[in-house]
Ligand binder design. Structure first.
Ligand code: IYR
Length: 331
């Protein structure tokens, strides 16, 4: 696999291909970043973008993790003091998950977002942006039914972070794409470059395969889940023997979240997957690629129950170091 293919593996969107190809040609010293609203405990969505950061570190990028305390505050996630406290804990959990501490710059948003220069640039972007555009950019990020002024300021600050953190590549889940498009359109008005972006896929709702997995509704997987929690959640997960299930009666699209987690979490971190089976059911199966596992599920060679057993084991292995860190943090 060449550098471009590695950098863009498992992403849903590349903005733009030409720009990412240029970065892939000389990645050393280039800076990539993800920002996270600190929420105390990592969940599977954080881990998905973190997988990409780990791959980028391996490819020679410098990685910046923004612990976006001011953003979480603007998005109504609690008092500023509470949020700031959880930010440090998240940093330790990211390192436990596998980000190389010596190669990762962790930055707290409030360390630079309250500086006069930043705030004046923010006001300049506010002058350039309609409320409706800001609101649209936030549709998949904001909580609550009514958009607040704070939520309109939020995407403009996210755009400005790219400039102030001096990053070459902005990473985010697909729910961040409209914020990044807004950044591409408005940053030139303050003489900054339009950012290059990669967007990672969203995983389907675990129990139904309809819509997206979310911490606020439905079942999510987090670093504080005990082994038995993971087992129970995975066992209840929607996993028909196909990667492209039929639409539901309401015509909504269904996806297979068990396969998605294998594809986006397990294979990128472990490379190879062994599904353990008793000899009387054919013995262990070893997969070197995600596609081989998907093909076997489709053909019936791999039973969903065996796939789920393996997924539980690999998820537990991924989560265990962070789980241990959380235990320490709570003592
Ligand atoms: N909008 C993100 C948090 C965030 C991301 C970046 I990249 C920033 O520069 C600032 C905030 C979220 O939804 O968690």
């Amino acid at each position: 696999m060449d550098a471009y293919d590695r950098i863009t593996r498992n992403v849903s969107e590349v903005v733009t291909e030409e720009e990412v190809r240029a970065l892939a040609e000389s990645p050393d010293g280039k800076r990539a970043y993800v920002g996270y609203e600190p929420s105390g405990v990592l969940h599977i969505g954080h881990m998905l973008t973190a997988n990409k950061l780990i791959e980028l570190q391996d490819a020679g990028f410098e990685v910046v993790v923004l612990l976006a305390d001011v953003h979480a505050y603007l998005n109504g996630k609690g008092t500023f003091e509470e949020i700031r406290e959880t930010a440090t804990r998240m940093q330790e959990q990211f390192v436990a998950y596998g980000l190389e501490a010596s190669q990762t710059e962790f930055v707290l948003g409030s360390d630079f977002q309250l500086d006069e220069e930043y705030v004046l640039d923010l006001h300049a972007l506010e002058l350039e942006t309609s409320l409706s555009r800001a609101e649209r950019a936030m549709a998949e990020i904001a909580g609550g039914d009514t958009a607040t002024v704070a939520q309109a300021v939020y995407p403009l600050m996210q755009a400005l972070d790219i400039v102030y953190l001096d990053v070459d590549l902005a990473i985010g889940g697909m729910e961040q794409r409209k914020v990044h498009m807004l950044a591409r359109d408005t940053l030139p008005s303050i003489d900054a470059d339009s950012p290059t972006c990669l967007h990672t896929p969203l995983i389907a709702d675990l129990t139904t395969g309809v819509g997206k997995m979310s911490t606020s509704s439905g079942v999510s997987i987090s670093m504080e889940d005990a082994e038995s929690d993971i087992e129970e959640k995975v066992n209840k997960a929607y996993c028909p023997p196909t990667a492209d299930p039929d639409p539901t009666d309401e015509g909504e699209e269904r996806e297979n979240p068990v396969l998605q987690i294998f594809e986006y979490h397990v294979f990128p971190r472990f490379g190879e997957v062994v599904v353990e089976r008793p000899d009387k059911y054919g013995g262990d199966l070893t997969y070197e690629t995600y596609q081989a596992l998907e093909d076997d599920l489709e053909s019936g060679e791999l039973h969903p129950a065996d796939a789920k057993g393996a997924l539980t084991a690999y998820l537990n292995a991924l989560i265990e170091p962070g789980r241990e860190k959380i235990r320490q943090q709570r003592n």
